[in-house]
Design a protein around this ligand. Structure first.
Ligand SMILES: [Zn+2]
Length: 98
């Protein structure tokens, strides 16, 4: 199936704690990230666009794995930016341990 997925960059005010998200064939991504981080995030969100899992947790784990394969350096940057952000840490902790 052929699909057109658009990628649009937004600033932090719009994105909140998220670096990227996917909805209705549109990927939104934080403008100020490095090229490697953006590549990692885009692969992560493209993986979500496949909607392979019902489970949010499995979906996140799989998207992270695919994105790490596509851009390991971007992944390290994203992990570092997450563990140094209390707001992001809190969000992902709630997602995993709900
Ligand atoms: Zn995700």
């Amino acid at each position: 199936m052929k699909r057109n997925i658009t990628i649009t960059e937004y600033d932090e005010d719009y994105m909140g704690i998220f670096f990227g998200f996917y909805s209705n064939d549109k990927i939104s991504i934080r403008k100020d990230l490095s090229k490697a981080a953006k590549k990692h995030i885009i692969f992560h969100e493209l993986t979500h666009s496949q909607k392979m899992f019902e489970s949010k947790l499995l979906s996140e784990l799989y998207a992270n794995w695919v994105a790490f394969m596509a851009s390991p350096i971007g992944g390290i940057i994203v992990v570092f930016k997450t563990i140094t952000s209390p707001k992001r840490l809190k969000y992902y902790k709630n997602l995993i341990f709900k």
